[in-house]
Design a protein around this ligand. Structure first.
Ligand SMILES: Nc1nc2c(ncn2[C@@H]2O[C@H](COP(=O)(O)OP(=O)(O)OP(=O)(O)O)[C@@H](O)[C@H]2O)c(=O)[nH]1
Length: 297
């Protein structure tokens, strides 16, 4: 399994600084990282910024969460095919990306056997946090969402704050996200080993079906079907799920049909598409508190 880390955070918060730092640490440990980023996350993660070769894929038409799942899948597939020996994939989302949607683009039943999403690390511009009331309501809401869904929060740009301001940031962030550890950083400098440790799953709760990181705010679950379902009954089950289930996608075997259907669910809407290839009957579920969710047999 290749570990996947998602770097989220507002525009200019320090994601690229963190990324470059982490790449260096991984290479020092003789690990092979690959990077997946948006083209207008345009900082030079190229030969100048990163010494030696780091496989890099960019999404050409904008942001990971709005370019469409097929494009992201194709790019990821390319990355995996061209670089069989990579150990870690680091994904830098644009500052304008909503973390749930960015994560959604990465989760695909196609990669469920190969990729293991370890978590979302959100880089918070600490200065901007203190001045957040100056942001427009929409932008502020996105800033908050990025914080809310993180598994780890880096309070970056600590050098620009007084000790008192920094203490305020550290005390205020848990109001939005009570579970993510908060680490104060400067220029995204952070031990990657420490990040790995913080995202380790609790040993007692290891569950083969869960492909995401720790049982923290946002997680995912892979559900495999052993028998076909009735379409209507399945939709009723979907409707009965708590609204902390944000997204589902996969291939659902439907009684009386040959191949599993492509099934999509987002924000209350379901969508079925006949599939002409025999895909593995499995479904990825993304949300909060989803461990106990399963389709009744
Ligand atoms: N003073 C200070 N500046 C920082 C710190 N971290 C990053 N910066 C600067 O902030 C600017 C943005 O940093 P990046 O690492 O490019 O941030 P980003 O989140 O990747 O930016 P986008 O890709 O535009 O969203 C750069 O000029 C950095 O040098 C920090 O801890 N302190």
């Amino acid at each position: 399994m290749i570990d996947v880390y998602l770097f989220s955070g507002f525009l200019g918060s320090g994601k690229t600084s963190l990324l470059l730092n982490v790449i260096k640490q991984l290479k020092d440990e003789n690990k092979k990282p690959a990077v997946f980023m948006n083209e207008f996350g345009d900082l030079p993660v190229d030969s100048k910024a990163v010494e030696g070769e780091v496989p890099l894929k960019e999404l050409l038409d904008g942001c990971i969460c709005c370019s469409g799942a097929e494009k992201t899948e194709a790019q990821l597939q390319g990355l995996l095919l061209e670089n069989e020996d990579i150990d870690v994939i680091l994904i830098e989302t644009t500052g304008a990306a909503h973390p749930v949607e960015a994560l959604d683009a990465v989760y695909s039943p196609l990669f469920a056997d190969r990729l293991q999403v370890k978590g979302i690390i959100t880089v918070v511009d600490s200065k901007l946090w203190l001045n957040r009331n100056q942001l427009s309501p929409r932008i502020r809401a996105l800033f908050m969402e990025q914080i809310k869904h993180a598994h780890i929060l880096l309070a970056n740009k600590a050098d620009l704050l007084t000790d008192e301001e920094l203490a305020n940031v550290t005390m205020e962030l848990p109001h939005l996200n009570a579970t993510a550890p908060i680490i104060q950083t400067i220029n995204g400098k952070m031990s990657f080993t420490h990040i790995e440790k913080m995202l380790q799953k609790p040993k007692a709760k290891v569950n083969k079906d869960i492909v995401s990181g720790a049982g923290l705010p946002l997680s995912s679950k892979l559900m495999t079907f052993t028998e076909s379902v009735e379409m209507e009954a399945f939709e009723n089950w979907v409707k009965s799920l708590p609204d902390t289930v944000y997204r589902m996608k996969g291939f659902v075997p439907v009684k009386g049909t040959r191949n599993p259907y492509l099934f999509q669910y987002a924000y209350g809407m379901v969508h079925w598409m006949p599939e002409y290839i025999q895909m593995e009957p499995r479904l990825v579920i993304i949300g909060e508190d989803i461990d106990a969710i399963h389709y009744p047999s």
